[in-house]
Write a protein that binds this ligand. Structure first.
Ligand code: NAD
Ligand code: DAU
Length: 366
C-alpha cells in the first residue's frame, strides 16, 4: 500500500536528495515537504520533483504544532521523516539559540503532533516517526579508537550536537512513554549535490572557482567519514521499510579522510578538470585552476573551530547485518560526480550564496 510521508526540512541538502530518491523509488507514495526555508533551505532544491502530482510543498515551521497536525490530517500521513534542523556546527557556536529552538523545541512539537493524531486519536495504528540524526552525538574519537556503534555513549561537544542529542532522547522517550512508533538513524558526514556552500566540500569547490582562500581549521588533521548523500537516503529507506521500531541505526560508508587530504583531493580533481576542459577557464578566468593549474595554492590555515571534534567514524555493522545496507557509490565516483554537479549548476550556488552568507563567513574567519 502506498505511504503518505510528511518530510520536514525537505528543501535542505539531505532532505531534498531524499525526496528526489523516494519519489523515484515509490512514485505512488505521497510526499508533502514542510520547510521554513531558512538560509539553508531553497525551494529550487525541489525542482526535480515539483511537477510530480504526488508532491506538495508547505512553507512553515516545525515549531508550529497546529500546522503539523493539520498537515498530518489533510495528507492522511502515516510516516514522518524528520530532517529539519539547524545543521552547521560553526553557526551553533556563534548563535546556539536557533539550534535549541528548531532542533529541540521543533522536534518536540512534531512529536506532540504525531502523538496527538496517531496515538491519542488512534488515526494510524501503523505509523512511523523517523528521526534523522548525526554521528556527532557520540562526541570525538582518538586515532586508535573503534568507530562509533549504536552502544557508544552519547557525549556531544558542540551546541549543535548537544541539541541533536536532546532531540534523539525525546524521540526515544515518546516510544517508551507513549508508544509512538519511532526509529532513528545516526549518519556520518554527507556530500553531494545541493550541499550548501558553507560546509567543507562545497565551500572548497566554490571558493576555488571564485579564487578565494580555502580555510583549513587548526592543523587540518581532523578526520571525518564521508558518505554520498544518496547512500544516506538509501539507508533511511531501509530503516523505514525494514528497521525495528525503537531501534537506532548507524549509517556510514567506512570512508575516513583528514580535512587537509580532502581539500588537496578536491584541488587536484579541479586542476585536472580545468586541464581537460578549456571552456572552464573561459567561464572562471579568475580561478587558480585556470591561471596556474594549482588550486591548492589557495589553501590557508586559519584559527581552529572552538571545541573542534578530532575524529568521527561510523561502524555500520548493524545496518549491514539487519537491513542489508551497502553504500552504492564509491568515494572516487561520488566526489567526481559532486564536483561535476557544481560545475554544471553555477546558477544554483551563486543564487544560494547571497551577500548575507558571505558577510557571515568573513565576520567569523576573516
Ligand atoms: P540543511 O541545513 O541543509 O537543511 C535543513 C533544512 O531544514 C533547511 O531546508 C531548512 O530550511 C529547514 N529548517 C530549518 N529550521 C526549520 C524549522 N524550524 N522548521 C522547518 N524547517 C526548518 O541540513 P542537512 O545537512 O540537509 O541535514 C538534514 C538533517 O540531517 C539534519 O537533521 C542534520 O542534523 C542531519 N545530518 C546531517 C548530516 C550532514 O552531513 N549534513 C549528517 C548526518 C545527519
Ligand atoms: O558528522 C555529521 C555532521 O557533519 C552533521 O551532523 C553536520 O550537520 C554537518 O554539518 C557535518 O558537520 P562537520 O562539522 O563535520 O562538517 P563541516 O563541513 O562544517 O566541516 C567538516 C570538517 O572540515 C570539520 O572538521 C571542520 C573542517 N572545516 C570546515 C569548514 C567549513 C575546515 O577546516 N574549514 C572550513 O572552512
Amino acid at each position: 500500500m502506498p505511504k503518505s510521508l510528511l518530510v520536514t526540512g525537505g528543501a535542505g541538502f539531505i532532505g531534498a536528495n531524499f525526496v528526489h530518491y523516494w519519489l523515484g523509488q515509490y512514485p505512488e507514495d505521497k510526499v508533502v515537504v514542510l520547510d521554513a526555508l531558512t538560509y539553508a533551505g531553497n525551494i529550487a532544491n525541489l525542482d526535480p520533483v515539483k511537477d510530480n502530482r504526488n508532491f506538495s510543498f508547505v512553507h512553515g515551521n516545525i515549531c508550529d504544532q497546529d500546522l503539523a497536525e493539520k498537515l498530518l490530517r489533510e495528507h492522511d500521513a502515516d510516516t514522518i521523516v524528520h530532517f529539519a534542523a539547524e545543521s552547521h556546527v560553526d553557526r551553533s557556536i556563534t548563535g546556539p539559540d536557533a539550534f535549541i529552538e528548531t532542533n529541540i523545541i521543533g522536534t518536540h512539537s512534531l512529536l506532540k503532533a504525531a502523538k496527538k493524531l496517531w496515538i491519542d486519536e488512534g488515526l494510524k495504528p501503523e505509523h512511523r516517526f523517523h528521526h534523522v540524526s548525526t554521528d556527532e552525538v557520540y562526541g570525538t574519537l582518538e586515532a586508535d579508537d573503534p568507530a562509533f556503534n549504536e552502544s557508544t555513549p552519547y557525549a556531544p561537544n558542540s551546541p549543535y550536537s548537544a541539541s541533536k542529542a536532546a532531540s534523539d532522547h525525546l524521540v526515544r522517550a515518546y516510544l517508551h512513554t507513549y508508544g509512538l512508533q519511532v526509529s532513528t538513524s545516526n549518519c556520518s558526514n554527507n556530500y553531494g549535490p545541493y550541499h550548501f556552500p558553507e560546509k567543507l566540500i562545497p565551500l572548497v569547490i566554490t571558493n576555488i572557482l571564485f579564487n578565494k582562500a580555502l580555510p583549513i581549521y587548526g592543523d587540518g588533521k581532523q578526520i571525518r567519514d564521508w558518505l554520498y548523500v544518496e547512500d544516506h537516503a538509501r539507508g533511511i529507506e531501509l530503516v523505514i521499510n525494514k528497521g525495528i521500531v525503537g531501534e537506532c541505526y548507524n549509517i556510514g560508508g567506512i570512508n575516513e579522510w583528514t580535512n587537509i587530504d580532502i581539500v588537496q583531493l578536491v584541488c587536484k580533481l579541479m586542476n585536472d578538470t580545468f586541464a581537460e576542459d578549456s571552456e572552464l577557464a573561459k567561464r572562471f578566468p579568475e580561478a587558480q585552476a585556470a591561471i596556474s593549474g594549482d588550486a591548492a595554492s589557495l589553501i590557508t590555515y586559519v584559527k581552529d573551530r572552538p571545541g573542534h571534534d578530532r575524529r568521527y567514524a561510523i561502524d555500520p555493522t548493524k545496518a549491514e547485518g539487519e537491513l542489508g545496507y551497502v553504500p552504492a557509490e564509491s568515494f572516487e565516483t561520488g566526489i567526481k560526480k559532486t564536483l561535476q554537479w557544481y560545475l554544471d549548476n553555477e546558477e544554483w550556488w551563486s543564487k544560494v550564496m547571497d551577500g548575507s552568507y558571505q558577510d557571515w563567513v568573513e565576520s567569523q574567519y576573516g
